[in-house]
Ligand binder design. Structure first.
Ligand code: RB5
Length: 140
């Protein structure tokens, strides 16, 4: 189960990603927001991070205007490793090397097509472990 959330700026991209997840047969829970009415991104970062940190969801996706505010808020949560990505290589390697468990996307930065590629590789790439686990343990 994937947790997904956004603020108002990320809302249209969240809706597009939901369609992509449905078409891909990937189950998700949408933790809001539910419109383009102005709201505060930390509220939705909190909801998604709690769902992931509790183990209820394996991975999370957060969308805001840049992805940056969401990543800053998300990384305040214990056990959350959030990465804002706008290129395929980073979305892949943040799973392989950082065991990132939350992908943050900027709806004003990436288009829907690229966002779908980023989500696709993020959700299907496994952590390599080994020396990378040691490094994560150093900051966790
Ligand atoms: C909202 O205008 C915008 O500040 C927010 O979506 C996000 O980009 C913050 O980092």
């Amino acid at each position: 189960m994937i947790a997904i959330g956004s603020d108002h700026a990320g809302y249209p991209l969240k809706e597009d990603i939901k369609k992509y997840l449905e078409d891909s047969g990937i189950e998700y829970i949408d933790l809001g927001t539910n419109s383009e009415e102005s709201c505060d991104y930390p509220v939705f970062a909190d909801a998604v991070c709690k769902a992931v940190a509790s183990g209820g969801c394996s991975l999370g996706i957060l969308c805001c205007g840049t992805g940056i505010g969401m990543s800053m808020a998300a990384n305040k949560h214990k056990g959350i490793r959030a990465a804002v990505c706008s290129d395929y290589f980073s979305a892949k390697y943040t799973r392989l090397h950082n065991d990132a468990n939350v992908l943050c996307l900027g709806a004003r930065v990436v288009g829907t097509g690229l966002a779908e590629e980023l989500v696709g590789v993020f959700l299907t790439t496994d952590f390599e472990g080994g020396k990378h686990k040691r490094r994560i343990d150093m900051f966790e």
